[in-house]
Design a protein around this ligand. Structure first.
Ligand SMILES: NC(=O)c1ccc[n+]([C@@H]2O[C@H](COP(=O)([O-])OP(=O)(O)OC[C@H]3O[C@@H](n4cnc5c(N)ncnc54)[C@H](OP(=O)(O)O)[C@@H]3O)[C@@H](O)[C@H]2O)c1
Length: 351
């Protein structure tokens, strides 16, 4: 190891939440070496951004974050060194860490989210214990593979249990939503997509035109749930990928069929518990199953990667744009302003 890299470049948060001030600082710092006997050193090739990153950088995370921690939880890279007891991985393997590093099988009691409880992955090198790293599908390039751990695994978990012919309501055109749309299409589900923007809906209709995408503008139509009911002959959808939180949850339930599932993924917009006044009567009346989604375990991620490899689902089309590593600050701001359709990815070039 002594001949390998000893330093890394990383973006750490400034923790200055004043508008129009930098949210990130590029630092050069020693790598956490020597490697433990069961750890691997990974050269990062691509990092995907999520709403969560912009929210954390702007001080909005509902859970505690490490002071001046490294941002981001999605990275794809290659193993360049392993500890002497590592058996599951070898130099050259293409890997990504799981987002909640305490959630390996799904039965663990603890939680530890990258970029919150511990440093994230917005760096050119990262070190993880072997059990926290998942092998990535070989058919995907680095930028597409980087989108898997958070948005991909979340969409996978949110749609679990669906079968061909069922209808899903997907809210918004962000990273999780576009991933969910692609998975829904691969699984033969009918999709109702909502957005605040007619232009975004039009662009998605053109991109995913066959079979025709059903769409609703939730910003123009405050009673969008009634529009969703109309689109489903008054029955409601089988499942919702719920992104809004308090502002949309009750409406989502009202347009879910009796006995259907609402997968609660997001909490976009200002969260106000007063908006949940009708929650209990609605959940009882419609017999809705409310399912909390917390990305997924490493086993979920492995299942998802197997499904992707089997279906060879292309992921390039869910990438909005690819940015340089050095443009991290601008990229986070772009997400914060909600300008993207799908995923923003940073390409990391190691000098
Ligand atoms: N639970 C988990 O495990 C998990 C994992 C990943 C993400 N999340 C959460 O899921 C949400 C989406 O994440 P993301 O990374 O996909 O975000 P993103 O890429 O930033 O996308 C957000 C999109 O959602 C739409 N949107 C905004 N406000 C909305 C509202 N009030 N109701 C419905 N849609 C709204 C907008 O689409 P339009 O412009 O088309 O309207 C926006 O572009 C976030 O709250 C994130 O924190 C949760």
């Amino acid at each position: 190891m002594s001949s390998g890299p000893q330093l890394r470049r990383a973006f750490r948060r400034t923790d200055d939440y004043t508008p129009d001030t930098p949210k990130l600082k590029l630092v050069e710092e020693p790598l956490p070496l020597p490697l433990s006997p069961t750890a691997a050193l990974v050269r990062v090739h691509a990092i995907a951004l999520n709403y969560r990153d912009a929210n954390i950088a702007n001080g909005g995370n509902p859970w505690p974050v490490l002071p001046n921690g490294i941002l981001c939880n999605d990275a794809a890279g290659e193993v360049i060194a392993v500890g002497e007891k590592v058996k599951a991985l070898a130099v050259g393997d293409r890997v990504a860490p799981v987002t909640d590093t305490e959630n390996i099988s799904g039965r663990e009691l603890g939680r530890s989210w990258l970029a919150a409880d511990e440093d994230g992955v917005m760096a050119d090198h990262i070190v993880f214990e072997q059990e926290k790293l998942c092998k990535l599908p070989s058919y995907l390039d680095w930028t597409a593979a980087a989108t898997i751990p958070c948005a991909g695994v979340t969409a996978w978990s949110a749609l679990k249990g669906m079968s061909i012919g069922q209808t899903v309501l997907i809210q918004g055109t962000g990273g999780v939503s576009v991933f969910a749309l692609k998975l829904a299409r691969a699984a033969g589900l009918r999709v109702v997509l909502s957005s605040s923007s007619d232009a975004k809906l039009q662009s998605m209709k053109e991109k995913y035109g066959s079979p025709p995408l059903l769409t609703v503008n939730y910003a123009k139509n405050p009673n969008w749930h009634e529009a969703v009911l109309e689109l489903t002959d008054g029955v409601g959808v089988d499942i919702v990928v719920e992104n809004g939180g308090t502002g949309s949850l009750v409406k989502s339930m009202k347009c879910t069929r009796r006995g259907g599932i609402v997968s609660q993924v997001g909490y976009l917009g200002k969260q106000n518990p007063a908006e949940l006044a009708e929650l209990i009567p609605t959940v009882i009346d419609r017999r809705v199953i409310l399912r909390g989604i917390n990305a997924g375990s490493k086993y979920d991620m492995e299942d998802f990667c197997s499904a992707l490899s089997a279906s060879q689902t292309p992921l390039d089309d869910l990438i909005d744009s690819i940015w340089k590593f050095e443009e991290a600050e601008e990229a986070v701001e772009y997400i914060w302003q909600g300008k993207q359709i799908g995923k923003l990815v940073l390409r990391v070039r190691v000098g």
